[in-house]
Design a protein around this ligand. Structure first.
Ligand code: ASN
Ligand code: ZN
Ligand code: CA
Length: 334
């Protein structure tokens, strides 16, 4: 049967009405994104293994914007994977997670009231729970970008998921998850330096994490210290998230897309940001050509400085200096 590449309409919960890459097979449409490595989105329908069923139906309209419609989470997840794919391609110059054009796949409606999402390298796939009360699925754009970027880290530096390298692994997912959110330029889900601000995971509307001042979540650290590697990786990520914010936007108070940030520095010295676009390139070059599975914060500094030097003209460049200053601001020095 002929397979036609189509453009569907997704009525997402978090990102409004979006365009989705779909496939038509006879009179049936599928959430198979032929233009992006044939990325597929499946409905686990509360199962916890296998792939469940590929989202398919008689029309090319997916979801209704409400979590009560089973397709809605599929639309969000499919959109998140597409934007992340496009970010890798157009910003990182990378053809999929492994740079070989092969897509991962997404699974939604995992388990019952499951309040998490995760990447699994063994299936090369992303999985999303429905949240508690089936009200807030974990399918927001920054979460999708975060999870898919665990695949990117596994395919590059392969940072061990414990100790300081685990914090750098987590931070890399927050850094690219946030970067995808900015890249998508979606008017319903604007870019910010908050993680999980849409999924109401704390029940009071607050985000899961804050990159300008990670300690605002009550567990993450703003700066490196000798015991950092003993923390949960979602807390030891704090200093690297803070580094990325400072390198991008600089220290002090700043309003971006209506959100006010106030980023402190460990050394009390100001940091002048070089912009998110350059910060992304430095982190990606460090991740993909400098970091290894055991890279710690000191190693991340060395790697990021080398990347900045290679990208922006040696050790006297503004960008190199900004990387030095931003690491000093999280108490990682020479
Ligand atoms: N959502 C979590 C994460 O991606 C799942 C985990 O703890 N690995 O970090
Ligand atoms: Zn993670
Ligand atoms: Ca966000």
């Amino acid at each position: 049967q002929d397979q036609a590449i189509e453009t569907g309409v997704g009525n997402t919960e978090y990102s409004g009405q979006v365009t989705l890459g779909t496939t038509q097979s006879g009179s049936t449409y599928n959430l198979t994104d032929a233009g992006r490595g044939s990325h597929k989105t499946y409905n686990l329908n509360h199962g916890t293994s296998g792939t469940g069923t590929l989202f398919s139906g008689p029309d090319d309209v997916w979801g209704n914007g409400l979590a009560s419609n089973a397709e809605t989470a599929g639309a969000d997840a499919h959109y998140g994977a597409a934007e992340t794919w496009d970010f890798y391609k157009n910003i990182l110059g990378r053809n999929g997670i492994k740079n070989n054009g092969v897509a991962s796949y997404s699974r939604v409606h995992y388990g019952n009231s499951y309040v998490n999402a995760f990447w699994d390298d063994s299936c090369f796939c992303m999985t999303y729970g429905d949240g508690s009360g089936n009200a807030d699925p974990l399918t927001a754009l920054d979460v999708a970008g975060h999870e898919m970027s665990h695949g990117l880290t596994a395919a590059t530096a392969a940072l061990n998921y414990s100790g300081e390298s685990g914090g750098l692994n987590e931070a890399t997912s927050d850094i690219f998850g946030t970067s995808v959110e900015f890249y998508a330029n979606n008017s319903t889900d604007v870019g910010d330096y908050l993680i999980g601000e849409k999924i109401n995971i704390n029940g009071d509307g607050t985000p899961l994490r804050y990159m300008d001042k990670p300690s605002k979540d009550g567990g993450s650290k703003d700066s490196w210290y000798s015991g950092l590697g003993n923390l949960d990786v979602h807390y030891s990520s704090g200093p690297a998230n803070h580094f990325f914010y400072l390198l991008s936007e600089g220290s002090g108070t700043k309003v971006i897309n209506g959100v006010t940030y106030n980023s402190p520095t460990a050394d009390g010295l100001p940091v002048t940001g070089i912009g998110r676009d350059k910060a992304i390139q430095i982190w990606y070059r460090a991740l993909s050509t400098k970091f290894t599975s055991t890279t710690n914060y000191a190693g991340a500094r060395t790697g990021a400085l080398a990347a900045a030097s290679e990208l922006y003209g040696g050790t006297t460049s503004t960008e190199y200096k900004a990387v030095q200053d931003a690491f000093a601001a999280i108490a990682v020095g020479a």
